[in-house]
Write a protein that binds this ligand. Structure first.
Ligand code: 1YM
Length: 684
C-alpha cells in the first residue's frame, strides 16, 4: 500500500472509494424495438397533418393511453432512468429552441413536491389555433404523439433524448402538467391531468417577454418512485450545455431548506468539454484543437487534446445524444486524424522514409476528443441502436477534421512535435507488447496453458457453475481455500498490491505476475484478443480486507478490468465480496455478524446487548482474522453472502473516476472522495 495514500484516507473514505465500482441503474437498457421506432419523426399514432376532428381526438386519447399502458416502449423504463428521461424530453424542446437561435437560457427546478419546472426564454410554443387541428399549437404539442418539430414549419428537431418522443409522452405519464407561454404580451396557460386537457388555453396575465414554462408532476401510478437525483440531472444538463455553446442552463434543487443551484454555461462549448474531461490529467500541451463546419447537410464540431495517459477517450454525439458505440462520424474522425498526422510527420521529417506509418491506436494514445454532429435524419444501427449509420457523416467529419487539424498543426509546430513524439513512443511500446504477447502465446501453445501455480481451481468444468475468488494476501487465501466449496469455487490469492495499469504501458503491465495470473486463470485473453466465450468462471469475485489497503487493491483490480477486459464488467461478471466488519458474541452459543456500523447498532438493539457484560464485539481488521468456517458463513456461502455487482457508469464518468482515483493528482482525488458516496446494488 502506498503510505502516502494511506495517510490521506480516513475510515469514512473507504466506503466512498468503493464507488469505483460505480454502479448504475441497469434498467436503462432499452428494448430494441422501441429505439428504432422512436428515433424518427415519421412514426406515430398520428401525424400533425391529420385533422384534429372528434374522431381523431378519440384516437389521440388512445395514443396517450398507449403510452400509459406501455411506458417502457417510450421512455425505456419506469425506474429512475425513465423518470429522469421525462425531464430531458422537456429540456430537449428548449434546447432545440436554443439551437434554432432564439433561446439563451434554460432553467430547471426540482420543486419540493418532486414536480419539475422547465423554463426558457425562447419564442414560446405557438398559441394560435392550428388550422388543420382546430386547437392551439401548444395543445397539439402536448397531446399528439410525435407532434415535435414537424410543426411550426421550417426547422427540424435536432436534439432529442434517447427516444425523442417529446412533450406528449411526458404529459401522458404525468399526474398533472401546466404549460405557460409568454407570447404577444400575454401569459397563456393550459393544464392537463394524465394527458387529458383539464383547462383549455387561457390568458392568465400580462408579460413583457417571450418564453415557455412547463411544470409537470410525474405519475406515481406509473413510476416506481418519483424522486429525482440532483447529480443525475446535473450530469446530463451539463453535457447539454457543453454541446450547445453559449447556452446557459441552471439547475435548482428547491427540496431542501436551502435551495441548491448550479449553472452551466460554456462559451467554448465542446472545447470546454475536453478541458473538463482532462482536468485531472497531466497534459502534454495546453491548447485545444477545435474544428467546426457544415458539409453535405451535416454540422460537425470536433475538439481534442492529449494528456500523458495511455488510453484514448472518444466522446461522440449525434444531435446531442451520446453514441457510445460510435458510428460513421467516429470512423470519419479516426481516418482523417490518422492520415493527417502521418502526412504531417512525413512532410516534416518526423517519420523517416523507412519508418512504418503510425497506427490509429498510436496516434490516439492519451487523446481526449469530442466529436459532435448535427444531422437532419440520423439513422441508428447496431445492437442498441446507438451507432450512427449515415455515411455522409463520415465524409463530412473527415473533411472538417482534415482542414482543421492541418491548420492547427501548421500553426502549432511545437504541439505537433509533442503529439507525434507521443505516438512514436506508443508505437514502440506496442511493438514490444506484441512481441511479449506472441512469446506468451507461443509459450502457452507449448505448455498447453498452464494455470497459475497459486490458483486452487474448482473441479466443475462448466463455467456457468463456477466462480473465482481473487483474494488479497496469502493468509486470507489460505482461509479461503479451507472454506470454499471445492466443486464450484476457485481461489486465486494475490500477493499484496497489483500494478496500477493507469500509470504503466502495456509491456510492463504484462510483465506483472499478479496480472499474468489473473489473465491465465480467466482464460479470456485481453484487449483486442478478449474472448468472452473462453471465460472459465461466471463470477469473478474480488475479496479484499475492509480497510484502506483492501480498498486500494480493489480499485487497482477494477482499473485493470476496466482497461483490459471491460466486457467482464459490462456483462456483469465482476463482483465485490462483502466481508463483515463485526462479530457479536452473546454468551458462548449465539453469534451475529454486522456488515457496517448501522447494522451493529441494530443487532445490539435487537439482542438487548448494550449493557450486557456477556456480549463481546470483535472488529475484524482483515480477512485473515476469520477462520475458514467464519469466512464461509459470512462471505462465501452463496446462500447467505452479499455480493455487490460492479457495473459501468457511462464511459465518460467511469473514465473520470478512474483517472481521478488512480492518477497522479492527489487534491482532486481527496475532493472527490469527500463529495461522493453513491454506489452499489446488492445481489444476494
Ligand atoms: C420548457 C420547454 O418547449 N420551448 C419551445 C418549444 C417550441 C418553440 C419554442 C417553438 C418552435 C417553433 C416555432 C418551431 C416548440 N414549438 C413546437 C411547435 N420549452 C419549450 N420554444 N415557435 C416556437 O419549431 O418552428 C414544438 S416545440 F411544434 F409547436 F412549433
Amino acid at each position: 500500500m502506498d503510505p502516502q495514500l494511506a495517510e490521506e484516507l480516513t475510515e469514512e473514505d473507504l466506503k466512498a472509494r468503493e464507488l469505483v465500482a460505480s454502479v448504475n441503474d441497469s434498467e436503462g437498457a432499452i428494448p430494441v424495438e422501441s429505439t428504432e421506432d422512436y428515433h424518427g419523426e415519421q412514426i406515430g399514432d398520428l401525424t400533425v397533418s391529420e385533422e384534429y376532428t372528434a374522431a381523431n381526438s378519440i384516437q389521440i386519447l388512445e395514443g396517450l393511453e398507449a403510452v400509459r399502458r406501455r411506458p417502457g416502449m417510450y421512455i425505456g423504463s419506469t425506474s429512475a432512468t425513465g423518470l429522469h428521461h421525462l425531464v430531458y424530453e422537456i429540456v430537449d424542446n428548449a434546447v432545440d429552441e436554443a439551437l434554432a437561435g432564439y433561446c439563451t437560457e434554460i432553467g430547471v427546478t426540482i420543486n419540493p413536491d418532486e414536480s419539475i419546472t422547465v423554463l426558457d426564454n425562447g419564442r414560446g410554443i405557438p398559441v394560435d389555433i392550428q388550422p388543420q387541428a382546430g386547437v392551439s399549437g401548444v395543445e397539439v404539442v402536448y397531446t399528439i404523439l410525435h407532434a415535435g418539430g414537424k410543426f411550426g414549419g421550417g426547422g427540424y428537431k435536432v436534439s432529442g433524448g434517447l427516444h425523442g418522443v417529446g412533450a406528449s409522452v411526458v404529459n401522458a405519464l404525468s399526474k398533472n402538467v401546466c404549460v405557460r407561454v409568454h407570447l404577444n404580451g400575454s401569459i397563456h396557460e393550459i393544464r392537463f391531468e394524465r394527458g387529458k386537457t383539464t383547462q383549455p388555453l387561457t390568458i392568465v396575465g400580462e408579460t413583457d417577454h417571450t418564453g415557455t414554462e412547463v411544470t409537470f408532476l410525474a405519475d406515481d401510478e406509473i413510476f416506481e418512485e418519483v424522486v429525482y437525483e440532483f447529480d443525475t440531472l446535473k450530469e446530463r444538463l451539463q453535457e447539454m450545455a457543453f454541446l450547445t455553446k453559449g447556452l446557459r442552463i441552471t439547475l435548482t434543487d428547491a427540496r431542501g431548506e436551502e435551495p441548491r443551484t448550479e449553472t452551466f454555461h460554456y462559451e467554448g462549448g465542446i472545447r470546454e468539454f475536453v478541458k473538463y474531461n482532462n482536468r485531472h490529467k497531466d497534459l502534454i500541451y495546453d491548447k485545444i484543437m477545435y474544428a467546426e463546419g457544415m458539409k453535405d447537410g451535416v454540422y460537425v464540431e470536433v475538439a481534442l487534446q492529449h494528456s500523458d495517459t495511455y488510453n484514448e477517450n472518444i466522446f461522440s454525439f449525434v444531435n446531442n445524444i451520446n453514441t457510445p458505440e460510435g458510428g460513421m462520424h467516429v470512423v470519419g474522425f479516426k481516418a482523417a486524424y490518422t492520415q493527417v498526422l502521418n502526412d504531417y510527420a512525413r512532410k516534416n521529417g518526423l517519420l523517416k522514409d523507412n519508418d512504418k506509418n503510425l497506427s490509429g491506436d498510436d496516434v490516439r494514445e492519451g487523446l481526449t476528443v469530442v466529436v459532435s454532429v448535427k444531422i437532419a435524419e440520423p439513422q441508428f444501427e447496431g445492437q442498441t441502436k446507438q451507432k450512427l449509420g449515415n455515411s455522409e457523416a463520415r465524409g463530412a467529419v473527415a473533411a472538417i477534421v482534415s482542414d482543421g487539424l492541418n491548420f492547427f498543426l501548421e500553426q502549432n509546430p511545437k504541439v505537433a512535435r509533442l503529439i507525434i513524439n507521443k505516438a512514436t513512443l506508443a508505437a514502440r511500446a506496442r511493438d514490444a507488447a506484441r512481441k511479449a504477447r506472441e512469446l506468451t502465446r507461443r509459450k502457452s501453445a507449448l505448455e498447453s496453458t498452464t494455470l497459475p501455480g497459486k490458483l486452487a481451481d474448482c473441479t466443475d468444468r462448466d463455467p456457468k457453475n463456477c466462480e473465482i475468488y481473487i483474494v488479497e494476501g496469502n493468509s486470507a487465501g489460505g482461509s479461503a481455500k479451507g472454506a470454499r466449496s471445492r466443486r464450484t469455487q476457485a481461489i486465486l490469492p494475490l500477493r499484496g498490491k497489483i500494478l496500477n495499469v493507469e500509470k504503466a504501458r502495456q509491456d510492463r503491465i504484462l510483465g506483472n505476475e499478479e496480472i499474468k495470473s489473473m489473465i491465465t486463470a480467466f482464460g479470456t485473453g485481453f484487449k483486442e484478443d478478449f474472448d468472452i466465450t473462453k471465460l472459465r468462471y461466471d463470477k469473478i469475485i474480488i475479496m479484499t480486507d475492509a480497510d484502506v489497503d483492501g480498498a486500494h487493491i480493489r480499485t487497482l483490480m477494477l482499473t485493470f478490468f476496466y482497461r483490459f477486459m471491460p466486457q467482464l464488467i459490462e456483462q456483469g461478471h465482476v463482483y465485490v465480496a462483502q466481508p463483515p466488519l463485526y462479530r457479536v458474541e452473546k454468551g458462548k452459543k449465539e453469534h451475529y455478524y454486522a456488515y457496517d456500523d448501522k447494522e451493529l447498532d441494530k443487532i445490539l438493539d435487537q439482542i438487548d446487548g448494550r449493557n450486557d457484560p456477556s456480549i463481546e464485539i470483535q472488529r475484524y481488521k482483515g480477512l485473515g482474522e476469520m477462520d475458514a468456517e467464519q469466512l464461509w458463513d459470512t462471505t462465501m456461502d452463496p446462500a447467505k453472502r452479499i455480493l455487490l455487482r460492479v457495473e459501468m457508469e457511462d464511459a465518460s464518468v467511469a473514465d473520470q473516476i478512474f483517472t481521478l482515483l488512480m492518477g497522479d493528482k492527489v487534491e482532486p482525488r481527496r475532493e472527490f472522495i469527500e463529495k461522493n458516496a453513491k454506489y452499489a446494488t446488492i445481489d444476494a
